[in-house]
Design a protein around this ligand. Structure first.
Ligand code: GLA
Length: 400
């Protein structure tokens, strides 16, 4: 029951059964389709995706599971979330589901899939969503939800999709229906992850190279417990600064600007634009160097680049916060640690740390204790594994 198609795609059985049970309890289950999509953690390459640069995320062993069945009401989808406990409905035909609260995500994903597939009169669906990705923590709870919904609905509607197209549909749903001008990283990682590997994505041409994680190294996530309400507006503002910087330099994107050119023409930019551009250009270089170091077996050298990435995000890009800084600083001083940084959009959420495998348990204990001492907050620290991307879950669940 707990296996999806393809090696390494394993969502928790409890999560899958919970989704199927919620579908039955809320809508009365009929023939159902199940899909799972993982969250992600980004090892390095932050705020570079929408600047057409490089990122290095990995899909993690935390999933969003969606159970779908044909809906009985003409022209209307219904969606239930186990985590919020609420059920919402929305029209199958809508230009935008902006303002529909959390249901803008699943309804938007359905709308964009129908649009992509040229389905004029989409068959109504009932969806039950059960997510094991901590909500709003910067581990792509939203991208995993979108990718899981697209995967389930494509199966229910008989639409064939490649994994990159699926990621683009999810990204468009977030732009059009949730109003977040995000890059391709999160849905790409959720859709295209590979067990045991991170993904080096060149966001200019959306090509992907898998990068094996070094042996003897564990990846840990530290959730600061901070959820920043301003994150959405600040994200869009940073994106605008980057685009303005590229325009002022006569480039289509910051990808086309070299560090030498940036310093030579620094006078053309406002201070915030220059600082943002410095981060993006240096971060792109760090991603490529990180991959080189990892491939050469130099995990310590790779880890040092994570520290530099954090400082650049804190000082130049200005998307960190005191709790993220505290967690990274504490982590960096613990035994066995190779490198630590904030991960995701910033303003709260999570850190990512590379640590020697032998020290992982002690690290998790010490980091959460010291973080609580320093900030008075509960910080959840846990190890994550790189897993394969989203898939339909083939086995049927009892009772359907
Ligand atoms: C969020 C966005 C991504 C990316 C990161 C920052 O997670 O969804 O597209 O821009 O922030 O690297």
């Amino acid at each position: 029951v707990s296996r999806a198609d393809g090696e390494g795609r394993r969502a928790d059985r409890a999560l899958i059964e919970g989704a199927a049970a919620a579908l039955k309890a809320n809508f009365g289950a009929r023939a159902l389709t199940l899909a799972a999509a993982p969250g992600r953690v980004n090892l390095i390459g932050e705020h570079t995706d929408y600047n057409l640069g490089f990122v290095l995320p990995m899909a993690i062993d935390r999933w969003c599971v969606v159970a779908a069945a044909p809906g009985p009401r003409a022209g209307e989808h219904r969606v239930h979330s186990v985590q919020t406990g609420s059920t919402l409905a929305g029209p199958v035909l809508a230009e935008s589901h902006a303002g529909a609260g959390w249901s803008a995500y699943p309804l938007g994903a359905l709308a964009e899939l129908a649009r992509y597939a040229g389905i004029r009169d989409p068959r109504p669906l009932d969806l039950a969503i059960n997510s094991g990705v901590p909500l709003g923590s910067g581990l792509s709870s939203s991208a995993s939800l979108l990718v899981a919904v697209v995967t389930a609905a494509a199966a229910a509607w008989g639409v064939e999709l490649g994994p990159l197209v699926r990621a683009r549909i999810a990204q468009r749903a977030e732009h059009v229906h949730a109003g977040v001008p995000c890059g391709i990283m999160d849905p790409a990682a959720s859709s295209m992850g590979e067990a045991g590997h991170a993904l080096l994505i060149d966001c200019a041409d959306e090509t992907i190279r898998t990068v094996r994680l070094p042996p003897g190294v564990g990846v840990l996530v530290g959730d600061t417990g901070v959820r920043h309400a301003l994150a959405g507006g600040e994200y869009a503002a940073r994106r605008r600064s980057c685009e303005a910087a590229a325009r002022a330099l006569g480039a289509a994107s910051l990808r086309d600007v070299t560090p030498e050119r940036l310093e030579a023409d620094a006078g053309l930019l406002q201070d915030d634009q220059l600082a943002c551009a410095r981060h993006v250009l240096s971060e792109n270089r760090r991603v490529l160097e990180f991959v080189e170091r990892v491939s050469a077996g130099d995990a310590r050298g790779a880890g040092a680049l994570m520290g530099a990435s954090h400082r650049s995000l804190r000082d130049d890009f200005r998307v960190s916060c005191p709790e993220l800084d505290a967690m990274v600083e504490i982590a960096s001083g613990l035994p066995g640690v190779l490198g630590s940084r904030m991960t995701g959009g910033g303003f709260g959420g999570c850190t990512v740390t590379l640590c020697e495998s032998a020290s992982v348990d002690r690290f998790a204990r010490d980091l959460s204790a010291k973080y609580r001492e320093r900030t008075g907050r509960d910080g959840r620290v846990f190890a994550v594994e790189p897993v394969a991307g989203a898939g339909k879950i083939e086995e049927s669940i009892g009772g359907s």
